[in-house]
Design a protein around this ligand. Structure first.
Ligand SMILES: [Zn+2]
Ligand SMILES: [Zn+2]
Length: 162
């Protein structure tokens, strides 16, 4: 059922019960009155899935903006909050995807799965930063001929260093 928040004007499909709270401002959600909806009947059930033509604006003006709970500032900020939320969500998804591909979890979360070091040879994200301790160790062990000198990454997939 189409539910709405009286405080910030958020509208989405939800359960018509007391547990439904706005995902933006945590206020209680209320069902959108039937007169604004295109009724769609299916067997015994009536589904109120859609706003009728031009009804959404009318609904906002008549129902949301006249509510005592209405918060104009929150209403104006809501699209921005929603956009930011979905960006954060996408960053998290990208980070998870990168981690599945072998990327360092800490770096993946920090960068939102973007601009991660990638093996130039095989394209794997499963690369390891070669720390200075390891570099010193390889200088000590292999002398000046170590291939690891001046390289900062090693691919855990194909072994390439760069
Ligand atoms: Zn709300
Ligand atoms: Zn590689």
């Amino acid at each position: 059922m189409l539910m709405y928040c009286k405080k910030c004007g958020r509208v989405y499909m939800g359960n018509n019960d007391d547990t439904e709270t706005c995902d933006i401002c945590k206020s209680k959600m209320y069902p959108v009155p039937k007169q604004y909806l295109d009724l769609e009947e299916e067997d015994e059930d009536i589904k109120y899935d859609f706003f009728g033509d031009d009804m959404e604006d009318k609904f906002i003006e008549e129902c949301v903006k006249t509510s005592p709970e209405f918060d104009q500032e929150l209403f104006d900020k809501r699209p921005y909050i929603q956009k930011k939320r979905s960006q954060e969500y996408n960053r998290m998804l990208n980070a998870h995807e990168a981690i599945r591909a072998g990327a360092d979890p800490k770096l993946a979360f920090k960068n939102g799965g973007q601009n991660l070091p990638k093996c130039p040879a095989c394209g794997s994200l499963n690369v390891k930063k070669i720390g200075s301790v390891e570099r010193v160790a390889s200088v000590g062990f292999f002398g000046l001929f170590s291939k690891k000198i001046n390289k900062s990454f090693e691919c855990k997939n194909c072994g390439y260093t760069w």
